[in-house]
Design a protein around this ligand. Structure first.
Ligand code: PRT
Ligand code: ZN
Length: 293
């Protein structure tokens, strides 16, 4: 399937057509200002304002399309990339579509540690990763390859246990299975082909990554504003886990100032209480659309 891409500078990006990763990937692309529509009806979608075309594929096919250079970039679960043992470059981990490939067995089966699985039958849609996990530990298992509904195979006595993706664990529980150990942790990755790319495409990828990084930093940050007595400013500055030095502005009341800054969202609630204790009032937290360093 190899093919040269240098006939065009338009970036071709593979995304899942319809599934768990689709909405978040589309939101991310819209969030970085890439405009398109009609993605539900078409396999290939041109974007209006960035030199990108989207190829809508089954997630299983994305690693190979990127490996072979049919697409320059792809958004796909690490589970698919590692199962296909794809030769691609992982550019970013995107922290959505998080799950793990785990081994589970019937609750009362006594199959718990990897060694307990010696000689057992394991149903899975991930034969490569599952085989490798046991092989690396010198444990022999026989795999039953199944493309869907893996979790019912122990009840049907097709297998003794399963190796499948888990996120909440609800599906395992509903089928009387207990999760025993993890083979790999997974999240959505942005991957790039290792086939040679023209300079034009490399520049486009740099621009694309800068936008993604700006969008993600913004999502993880909040703009905060507060009023404070002038004599608390030094103490407040110490408390703020700011990404940059805060902006301090005078107020009509000369004893008071307004302080504006950007902080990581996950620290807001801890810091907020300490700010109040230091004399800050009227604390406002705002989301940020994008942030370019
Ligand atoms: O049609 P196409 O081939 O594109 O889609 P698909 O049906 O193969 O994949 P899809 O849309 O179900 O999943 C796409 C990707 O989402 C996966 O490759 C993972 O990277 C990621 N992901 C995250 C998950 C899950 N979480 C997940 N929970 N994929 C599947 N599941 C399934 C799992 O197989 C099991 O059946 O959900 C069930 C378990 O969920 P819990 O919440 O009950 O534990
Ligand atoms: Zn699939």
């Amino acid at each position: 399937m190899n093919r040269s891409l240098d006939h065009t500078t338009s970036l071709r990006i593979a995304i899942q057509k319809s599934g768990r990763l689709t909405d978040k990937t589309i939101d991310l692309l819209h969030g970085i200002g890439i405009e398109f529509d009609n993605y539900k009806r078409n396999l290939m979608v041109k974007t209006r304002n960035f030199d990108v075309e989207l190829l809508l594929l089954r997630d299983d096919d994305i690693p190979e399309y990127v490996q072979d250079g049919i697409c320059d970039l792809g958004f796909v679960g690490a589970n698919e990339v590692y199962e296909k043992d794809s030769k691609v470059t992982v550019l970013r981990g995107l922290n959505y579509g998080n799950c793990r490939l785990a081994v589970a067995s019937p609750n009362a089966s006594g199959l718990e540690t990897p060694e307990d699985f010696e000689g057992k039958r394991i149903a899975t849609s991930y034969p490569f990763l599952t085989q490798k996990f046991f092989q690396d530990r010198g444990i022999q298992v026989s795999l039953v390859e199944i493309s869907g509904a893996v979790e019912i195979t122990p009840q049907l006595e097709v297998a003794d246990a399963i190796s499948d993706l888990v996120s909440t664990g609800g599906t395992l529980k509903a089928n009387g299975l207990s999760e025993r150990f993890t083979i790999i942790e997974s999240e959505t990755k942005l991957i790039q082909t290792e086939q040679p790319l023209s300079e034009g495409k490399q520049r486009l990828i740099e621009k694309f990554l800068q936008r993604i990084d700006g969008y993600r930093t913004a999502k993880e940050s909040r703009y905060i504003l507060m009023n404070a007595p002038k004599n608390s400013v030094e103490q407040i500055k110490e408390l703020l886990p700011s990404m940059k030095s805060p902006t301090i502005m005078p107020l009509a009341n000369e004893e008071m100032v307004a302080i504006h800054t950007v902080i990581p969202y996950n620290q807001f609630w801890d810091v907020m209480e300490q700010l109040q204790e230091a004399g800050a009032s009227d604390i406002v937290m705002l989301p940020i659309e994008s942030m370019i360093a």
